[in-house]
Design a protein around this ligand. Sequence first.
Ligand SMILES: Cc1cc2nc3c(=O)[nH]c(=O)nc-3n(C[C@H](O)[C@H](O)[C@H](O)COP(=O)(O)OP(=O)(O)OC[C@H]3O[C@@H](n4cnc5c(N)ncnc54)[C@H](O)[C@@H]3O)c2cc1C
Length: 466
Amino acid sequence: MMNETHLTHHDADICIIGAGVAGAALACSLANEKLKVIIVEKDWREQDRIVGELMQPDGVEQLKAMQLEHLLDGYDAQRITGYTIMKDDTPLHIAYPEGKFGLGLTNGKFVQKMRDELTKGNNIKKIEAEAQTFIHEKGNRIAGIYCRDKAGQSIAINAKLTIVMDGFFSTFRKQTTEVAATVTGYFLGIVLKDCPLPFAEHGHVFLTESSPFLCYPITKNEIRFLIDFPGHQPPRKSEELVQYLHQHVRSRIPESMHKAFDVCMLEGKFKVMPNHYLPGKPIMQDGVVVLGDALNMRHPLTGGGMTVTLRDVNSIQQLLKTLPIETTEERMELIRVFYASRTQNTAVNILADALYKVMSNHDLKEACFNYLAAGGKQAEEPIALLSGIEKSKITLAKHFFAVAAKGGMRKVNKNPGIASMVDAYYMVGDAYAIIYPLLNNEVQNNSTKMWLRLGNKIFRKKQIAL
Ligand SMILES: Cc1cc2nc3c(=O)[nH]c(=O)nc-3n(C[C@H](O)[C@H](O)[C@H](O)COP(=O)(O)OP(=O)(O)OC[C@H]3O[C@@H](n4cnc5c(N)ncnc54)[C@H](O)[C@@H]3O)c2cc1C
């Protein structure tokens, strides 16, 4: 319970915590509806971030479905039509499904455009304050939040439904989700200016003998680079780091980019972000819903975060527009239907962490590249999964095991004998160790879980830590 001194009170139907990708998009979708909405954000100024800058095609589709596509205009977002995977200077191009496109954009500008749009909603009130605790009512109902503004004033917001969307360091995680987030490594972000991208309109993944790095356009003149640093220590700005980036990144990008790379190193504008894994396991309770990174995170290698978030926003805004939220029964029904709808959305989650682990395993990385290079459905279906357009976990599992099986067969054919057969078996085992915990976290069905456990017994060599 908060100190009641200087307490200002507000009432709303919906209280949204956080005006990032999730919160701002949800508030925009509810503008001028009958519901009275209060959105609380700790800092309404435009942010300079390295996250959320490649929107996969299904993210674009979700905005279209909510009639919010115009929020992608006006800040030089760049069309992305597919991916190029660079391995040993060999480019492999894979186009997104026909007629679909993604966007490279500046996250701060995208979010700010949504925040500006909110002022058009006569039912929406913006408050600048830091949300601190829930207001609890008898029967364990959450009836809103207490927050504190920059002047230190306490504010109480009473709401029928509180929607927690305060991002990856959520203040409310312990009260809203069953599991804690784990850090799986770090991305260092830099921007190269005024130089050509190796392949226009493409997201790029550079496979190296150690960890991968990515690049894609975020404006006409700017290319975002994200460089992976596995482990538990964030990279620190130092001469050693600059040396590493020279050896690891500069040596692999085309010469036409070197000048821009050198300018970037001299300026030293590096930003580092932790990458998290958090399976979406919400605690069901009256009066509160959690979504976005506050609920669920996956590795950013595949740029799937905004897509999952916008799908969830699309689902909940439809429910809020159609279902009542007056009584406990009505609210619990909405909450149950919303979380149940999420289980359709999570192949992208599994793909993100599975692919990241594959990229860290020499044999599986080779096998994956060869598999995609064969083209046809072997490239089309995986890119459809990455784009978010294909959502089936079965399609994902099918391709994942086919990569390992074909990679194993390649080994045996190249060097027939017992040793290569054992190697091939271990390769499938490695693949299983990667995907088992991820699938197990995402599937609900008990018989599927039983088959997964059986496979784990057969193939288990070692459990891959997430
Ligand atoms: C390095 C990295 C790169 C990424 N790249 C991509 C990518 O290319 N494509 C992609 O789709 N996804 C990417 N993601 C994931 C993506 O950024 C997130 O999934 C997405 O931003 C989630 O949106 P959100 O609204 O939940 O959180 P956020 O966008 O982080 O918004 C949370 C908001 O809540 C506010 N807030 C926090 N605490 C409080 C509080 N107590 N009170 C009030 N307000 C509060 C914050 O100020 C912020 O505005 C990346 C992630 C990382 C780590």
